[in-house]
Design a protein around this ligand. Structure first.
Ligand code: HAM
Length: 421
């Protein structure tokens, strides 16, 4: 073996595909039912889109981006997430002049140079939604509901929601001052990363996974005590809509999320089906990002979910059938002449929507019937010199073993009749 996929990048093999298809189908269908339209942005952007949008001091930008100079000497970055690109596209195509509220969704690969582990890879896939143009707390509640509905439509039963508000930048400034004042004398107890964060990004200390850091932060000041009237009312609005929708949530005052653009609402959705799990979905409001990119102040809110994590969970819970489709018809052939007829027959049947396969390995009739079984074919059509001579084929029901003759003059109608009824 000479070549392997790069570390942290994996193949999605055909046997895993039914899960991926199920996720894609549900995402598209639930997103459409909420009136979100698909957008596809390029897999890479100029580096500053993410550096500015996501924030220079975030882990994503400072440690995890795949950045390189292209042949023209421009710094390019493989997208680590899609929100910054969506906002870039929103401004580039002047959506602010076309519609008051843009509701978009996306599905696709993202890239982060992280330590690979279960549910965390360097190329991973996200589905996500962004609603740009309204600060209505009902829209935050809609996005949260949408994120949950996608998961429940896939069969997840216990979906949990962590909710917080991190206020506006001025709330946060007051809060961060007090947080730093509280942490400074306790600095020695923090992990080395958090000691550095105390100057670069103190908010991130709140969701450090290190137990000692958590212990220290637990008794510190709480962001929701610092919300201004506007942010408080907004947060109350979001909670009241969620209550109305009977969506349970846990208030997590230390949930800040790892990207700098967030304002007000932040949330994470996780599964309780398999106990403690990383977030399946993360999101929140980003009311200042459009302005940061040079647009007029335009409030926005969104989320994204990781498909690998979701597929792992669905596989473990066996929530989606592991096989899909199956073959309608296997055409078994005996000699060159019948093979030529089979090529034509297969093509015509595929045109009317039947999944059809034939032999390319010079197998015996017995061997071909074995393949028909392996492909889970409902029927096998047997075509040999005798059938061609009589202008007919033998149609065998693979479950019952019953065989009937079908005339080659109107086989399409007869086969369709048998298979589709
Ligand atoms: P995020 O929390 O960085 O948010 O990522 C969202 C989700 O993507 C995570 O909850 C996780 O399921 C998945 N994910 C992230 N990194 C990896 C990885 N290395 N391997 C596998 N899965 C991963 C965002 O990306 C924001 N853009 C979400 C957003 C949209 N906020 C507002 N709008």
């Amino acid at each position: 073996m000479k070549y392997y996929a790069p570390k942290g990048l994996s193949d999605v093999l055909p046997e895993e595909m039914p899960y991926w298809h199920a996720v894609g189908d549900e995402v598209r269908s639930v997103m459409s039912s909420y009136n979100y339209s698909e957008i596809r942005t390029p897999m890479m952007e100029k580096t500053e889109v993410f550096a500015r949008g996501v924030g220079e001091n975030t882990d994503v930008v400072s440690k995890e981006m795949y950045t390189f100079d292209d042949k023209g000497g421009r710094s390019m970055t493989l997208r680590p997430e899609n929100t910054a690109s969506a906002v870039r596209a929103y401004l580039e195509h002047k959506f602010y002049g076309k519609e008051e509220l843009s509701k978009w969704y996306y599905l696709g690969p993202m890239f982060r140079y992280e330590a690979p582990q279960k549910g965390r890879s360097r190329q991973f896939h996200q589905y996500g939604a962004e609603a740009i143009g309204s600060n209505d707390p009902a829209l935050d509640a809609e996005l949260i509901t949408l994120a949950i509905d996608i998961l429940t439509s896939l069969g997840l039963e216990d979906v949990g929601l962590k909710l917080n508000s991190i206020g506006c930048p001025s709330d946060r400034e007051d809060y961060v001052d007090d947080l730093v004042d509280y942490l400074e004398p306790r600095k020695e107890g923090l992990c080395s990363d958090c000691q550095a964060r105390l100057t670069t990004n103190p908010l991130r200390i709140l969701d450090c996974k290190n137990e000692r850091c958590q212990e220290i932060v637990k008794d510190g000041p709480v962001i929701t005590d610092y919300l201004c009237t506007d942010c408080q009312e907004h947060f109350d609005g979001v909670k009241s809509y969620l209550n109305e929708l009977e969506i349970d949530y846990v208030l997590e005052p230390n949930l800040v999320r790892g990207l700098d653009y967030y304002t007000k609402t932040v949330f994470e959705v996780f599964s309780e089906d398999l106990g403690a799990q990383d977030a399946l979905v993360g999101g929140g409001r980003y009311d200042e990002l459009v302005e940061l990119f040079g647009g007029d102040p335009t409030p926005a809110v969104g989320f994204a979910g990781g498909i690998e994590r979701l597929v792992l969970l669905l596989e473990e819970l066996e929530r989606v059938s592991g096989s899909e489709g199956g073959l309608d018809l296997y055409i078994a052939t005996i000699d060159d002449e019948s093979k030529q007829a089979a090529m034509k027959l297969g093509r015509e049947l595929r045109k009317v929507g039947l999944a059809t396969e034939m032999d390319y390995l010079e197998k015996s009739l017995q061997g071909q019937l074995g393949y028909a079984d392996r492909y889970d074919a409902r029927y096998t059509a047997i075509l040999g010199p005798r059938e061609i001579e009589n202008d007919e084929l033998t149609l065998r029901d693979m479950e019952s073993g019953d065989q009937v003759k079908v005339s080659l003059d109107n086989y399409v109608e007869e086969i369709v009749e048998k298979l589709i009824g």
